[in-house]
Design a protein around this ligand. Structure first.
Ligand SMILES: [Zn+2]
Ligand SMILES: [Zn+2]
Length: 335
């Protein structure tokens, strides 16, 4: 599904086109894609809210498929191995951030379905070093949504730093949170969820939340760590006041409405901290996939044939999707 120019999804900017089979270069693999989950970032790319760096472009950055060819020197996977292709596509390895091990902060990073063609296709290439091995316990359509929404929630959970058995708070309960709560429960954390949507509240209860309330309802206990999934800056002081001494609030969004003025005593004193979450390292992704497989994480997905990508994005845009939308190729439907 090729985007020649960005445009409103209502105008169907993605078109089904036949492209030449990409050739994997040195260190790259060619992947026969079965499933590619859709993400709000895809919508921003397709509609041009993120500046177009490259047209025409195949979007998509949560793809799962099988290795079908290897470029020169690529030996990490064998043909037929199941792999995932995610947003982080390349880091420089030499900047200060990369050298410190914080490749999520690399200034020279490149992204799949943005700087290069992505997963809304039957075939895609990726550097083997940036591909993920997919554990056998996860189906193609289950693994795909983990590759973006899942990884960000996982990194936020890491930064929120709640010890096993401790209390974790969450504000907002979308695609990312519904993966994160399952990991948190498998670690035996008590999870407190604030969300506006009645459907989301029900899902949070089903997935083992100890308490579920509305966005501004005070949680019944202070939490050691809290994740703010909702992009609402006015919830920052609300969440900080629910934190125990020494607790951390992790902000999982890439976008946030203005944060009101904070009060030092009420909001921050006693070593409460705020961490923003920026992209992920490959180690985050690998750790999430392994832990999700062990924890038996289950995802709610809605499947679409690849050629209706515009319509799937439109449903995401208007909030009419149940769970995460996943595009399947013909291969994906055959499995
Ligand atoms: Zn994404
Ligand atoms: Zn770098």
């Amino acid at each position: 599904m090729l985007m020649r120019q960005p445009g409103s999804v209502a105008d169907r900017p993605l078109r089904l086109e036949d492209l030449p089979v990409p050739t994997p270069r040195a260190g790259e693999i060619l992947v026969e894609i079965r499933a590619c989950a859709i993400c709000r970032t895809d919508l921003h790319v397709v509609e041009g809210e993120l500046p177009a760096l490259r047209t025409p472009l195949v979007p998509g950055h949560q793809a799962v498929g099988r290795v079908s060819a290897r470029g020169e020197g690529a030996g990490r996977f064998r043909e037929g191995d199941r792999v995932g292709i995610a947003w982080l596509r390349h880091t420089c390895g030499v900047c200060d951030d990369c050298r410190r091990g914080d490749e999520n902060l690399c200034r020279n990073s490149r992204y799949t379905g943005y700087h290069a063609d992505g997963g809304y296709a039957e075939l895609a290439v990726v550097e083997e070093a940036f591909a993920y091995a997919i554990p056998a316990a996860l189906g193609d359509d289950e693994a795909a949504p983990l590759l973006c929404a899942g990884i960000i929630g996982y990194r936020a959970l890491t930064l929120a730093a709640v010890r096993p058995g401790g209390r974790l708070g969450m504000y907002g309960f979308g695609s990312s949170a519904h993966v994160t709560i399952q990991i948190a429960r498998a670690r035996n954390l008590e999870v407190y969820v604030c969300t506006r949507e009645p459907g989301h509240r029900q899902l949070a209860r089903t997935l083992g939340a100890a308490w579920v309330g509305d966005l501004r309802e005070p949680m019944p206990h202070r939490t050691e760590g809290t994740i703010l999934f909702a992009p609402a800056g006015d919830l920052v002081p609300v969440a900080l006041r629910n934190l125990a001494r020494g607790g951390t609030l992790a902000l999982a969004g890439i976008y946030m409405t203005p944060i009101p003025r904070l009060d030092y005593e009420a909001d921050l004193f006693y070593e409460r901290g705020i961490r923003s979450v920026t992209a992920n390292t490959r180690a985050d992704g690998a750790a999430l996939l392994a832990e999700a497989a062990r924890a038996g994480v289950r995802l709610t997905t809605t499947e679409f044939p690849l050629e209706v990508a515009n319509q799937a994005l439109e449903l995401l845009k208007v909030g009419a999707l149940t769970g995460t939308g996943v595009l399947l190729t013909e291969d994906g439907f055959r499995v």
